[in-house]
Design a protein around this ligand. Structure first.
Ligand code: ADP
Ligand code: ZN
Ligand code: ZN
Length: 743
């Protein structure tokens, strides 16, 4: 904000507000507060005319003053929230996210409050009371009316009166007419009230089993922490060790003490039976997922912020749930890269959870069978404690894992993805009537459209990525920008005949049909699964035994618990190894161990076959031994020597422009600017260089990678200058702090 005037501007009646606008700008803007609105408060959400076109844009009041340095103030168009939605802790969390993740404050705050909030009237429902004493009931009542009254009478005795109209009709089996006539005779009375989250009907039902000794010890340790302020605990429990059960009981303790708990899970896990069972055993749960309507979202938000919801379950954005009485945060599968948001603000749900817990002074639990090396490192630094569940429940053994070298298994002259061993074992499992999970971590039918004579490969015209052929649509598709095209008939370069070449999932599907014509299978990948309901359908069919083989991408690796799965096949254990990313080995290890963990979770012994072209790869060897400690001991020194995370912090800048020269020039200017700001700090800079994906949606991309040791060092130096840096670059600049995707 430059000084425009020598003299301070005249007072505006004490009604000027500074607004952080939800758009990619780094400064705040002053607005006049509407004359007819009550006094402004910091944190209130507003809509303001913004930019030359005065587009109505959401923003947050971040300061109130009597005067402004700005000329010609515009007026706030609408006050959305009568009072701030974010409490003190969340407000400070938002400021931290903005600074740590180098994201504009307005965009950050807007990501924390769903836009639907405050835009919907509270939903109401009809509830029914008894309006007369039992002795005054008419002698002559129909059997249905009798049952209605008995239900209500019982509810009064239990202290659960009133009943909602719905539950009363459901429980009594009576119709609306019978109830209507009781109401007409003033024996019962209706009232309308705001909808509340349902209490758990069978809350008093006994837990399905006792905790085993390891679980009980873990729970005791966690209980001790529930009493004492902030703490971070890594719960490292092998697959099938019963972590969920520990969460449930820890959450109950929190609820019993009158507080709320937040449980973060990967989005897809919400559709699994494990989660459905969990939801049935906890009272007043608000489940936040991407399929909610605006009205539902607003309803849950209000229930949470009024303290009616005891538990919030949801994916990464649930970390912003307005639970004012939050007493515990749990992050399940903390190693999951889906916790990282890939648009601004690019926050990591797990790390934000830890920050929120520390601001709120409450414990946080991070659970995983394959903890991220970041979290393991934090244990070594004594920032986190570690609790272990080293065994599967009920003394079940870990599944046996076998590596198969694909090259030795192929029939010469045939392109097959399922080698001899895996094919035989699948046939045997099917004969025994058991179920199979088959992982193929790549979408599409064929990875490339390829010309064998001139080596031309088809790539997207907007991005520099190979296009993938999809058999169902017979179209070629770019997985970055969703651009599709028909399959060319001939090579555009030499008119030669084209080949479809690769290892995609649809190709396996064809092989399955050929090899196991009688088997029933379902496919699960992001092309077939576009909503939570579709997941549920496939999971339910698999659980009911209507599907023999569940074929899928990494989606099938996550938290499935099916007792009849005896065999897990990994078509290619290498697919995540080939990417150019320092976490490639870690991802490969995690994926194999996680998907292997789906086998042998009940009485059937489990077996896993992993096909690979790199059988000596340590990540694969350790994974077949379920040897997390061994893997970590091997990988950590490599990271340390290379000064990669978790031994260094990383910030990646991306500079984008549709003109390649301007993108590159922007990156050079940015590098020079950063060099000035970071002079004297211990920061290593790689680049500027073209990003691994050089072009997305017609934008050329250049990157700068910064590595440094003191957490936050770069952000502190850079945050106050983000506006100049972006302006000087004359191109779009975004920062990605602690990036997980380096493409
Ligand atoms: P994880 O999340 O560690 O992979 P889960 O929490 O899904 O494991 O538990 C695996 C299975 O074991 C579930 O079916 C669960 O109901 C069951 N289970 C959990 N704890 C016990 C226990 N103490 N005794 C018997 N079965 C248990
Ligand atoms: Zn594209
Ligand atoms: Zn050609």
């Amino acid at each position: 904000m430059g000084k425009l005037f020598e003299e301070p501007r005249p007072a505006c009646g004490g009604r000027v507000v500074a607004v952080a606008v939800n758009t990619n700008v780094w400064r705040t803007y002053d607005y006049l507060w509407p004359a007819d609105a009550t006094e402004p408060t910091v944190g209130q959400r507003v809509r303001v005319p913004f930019g030359k076109a005065n587009r109505k844009t959401v923003g947050f009041v971040v300061g109130c003053d009597a005067r402004s340095q700005q000329r010609e103030l515009k007026t706030v168009a609408e006050v959305i929230d009568p009072a701030p939605q974010l409490d003190e802790t969340l407000w400070r969390l938002g400021e931290w996210i903005s600074q740590y993740y180098l994201a504009p404050l307005g965009m950050t705050l807007a990501a924390m409050v769903p836009s639907a909030v405050g835009r919907h009237q509270p939903r109401t429902e009809t509830v029914v009371y008894l309006a007369s004493e039992r002795r005054d009931w008419p002698a002559r009542l129909g059997p249905k009316q009798r049952r209605l009254l008995d239900e209500l009478y019982e509810a009064r005795k239990q202290g659960t009166e009133p009943l909602t109209l719905e539950e009363l009709l459901r429980h009594s089996g009576a119709g609306r007419d019978s109830l209507g006539s009781l109401r007409g005779r003033q024996i019962v009375r209706f009232e309308s009230r705001p909808v509340r989250l349902p209490e758990l009907a069978d809350q008093s039902e006994a837990d399905p089993f006792e905790l085993n000794a390891d679980q009980a010890a873990a729970l005791r340790a966690l209980e001790a922490r529930l009493a004492g302020g902030f703490s971070a605990t890594l719960l490292y429990g092998v697959t099938g060790s019963g972590k969920t059960e520990v969460y449930i009981r820890a959450v109950r303790r929190v609820i019993d003490s009158g507080r709320q708990a937040i449980l973060l899970v990967p989005e897809i896990a919400l559709a699994t039976q494990t989660m459905q069972r969990l939801l049935r055993r906890l009272p007043r749960v608000a489940v936040l997922h991407s399929g909610l309507t605006d009205a539902q979202r607003a309803f849950y938000y209000q229930q949470i912020s009024e303290g009616c919801a005891s538990v919030v379950v949801g994916p990464r954005s649930a970390v912003f749930a307005p639970a004012r009485k939050c007493g515990l945060i749990i992050v399940d599968e903390e190693h999951e890269s889906s916790y990282k948001q890939d648009t601004v603000p690019r926050y990591h749900g797990r790390d934000v959870a830890v920050k929120r817990a520390s601001l709120a002074g409450v414990p946080v639990i991070l659970g995983s069978a394959t903890p991220s090396l970041e979290s393991l490192h934090n244990v070594a630094l004594k920032r986190y404690d570690m609790l272990r569940l080293p065994h599967r429940v009920r003394g079940l053994p870990m599944p046996k894992l076998q590596i198969v070298h694909l090259r030795k298994e192929m029939t010469p002259g045939r392109v097959e993805l399922l080698g001899r061993t895996l094919t035989h074992k699948m046939a045997a499992a099917l004969d025994r009537g058991e179920q199979i999970i088959l992982l193929m971590n790549r979408r599409g039918y064929a990875s490339y459209v390829f010309c064998p004579s001139c080596h031309w490969t088809m790539s997207c015209q907007h991005c520099t990525r190979a296009m993938v052929f999809h058999q169902a649509t017979q179209l070629v598709m770019c997985h970055y920008c969703q651009h599709t095209e028909p399959l060319p008939e001939r090579c555009p370069a030499c008119r030669g005949k084209l080949l479809l070449f690769g290892l995609g999932i649809q190709r396996i599907e064809n092989e399955l049909v050929r090899k196991f014509p009688a088997a029933r299978f379902a496919r699960m990948d992001s092309d077939t699964m576009t909503s939570a309901r579709q997941f549920r359908k496939v999971f339910d069919a698999f659980a009911a035994g209507e599907v023999d083989i569940l074929l899928g991408t990494q989606m099938v690796a996550k938290g499935l618990d099916f007792p009849r799965v005896s065999l897990v096949g990994i078509a290619s254990a290498d697919t995540s190894l080939v990417i150019n990313d320092f976490r490639a080995a870690e991802r490969t290890f995690q994926l194999i161990v996680q998907v292997a963990g789906r086998a042998g979770r009940s009485d059937l012994p489990g077996e896993v076959v992993a096909q690979t072209l790199h059988e000596d790869e340590p990540a694969i060897r350790f994974a077949t031994q379920h040897d997390y400690d061994g893997f970590a001991a091997w990988e950590m020194p490599l990271r340390k020597d290379a000064r990669f995370p978790p031994f260094a912090r990383m910030v990646r800048f991306i500079v984008r422009h549709e003109d390649i020269d301007r993108a590159e020039q922007g990156a050079n200017v940015l590098a020079a600017g950063l060099g000035r700001l970071l002079a004297g700090l211990d920061v290593r800079m790689l680049g500027p260089q073209p990003a691994a994906v050089k072009r997305i949606r017609n934008q050329f991309r250049f990157e700068l990678q910064l590595f440094f040791s003191r957490p936050g060092a770069v952000q502190q130096a850079v945050f106050p200058h983000m506006e100049e840096l972006s302006r000087e670059a004359h191109a779009e600049v975004t920062a990605d702090v602690d990036p997980v995707n380096l493409l």
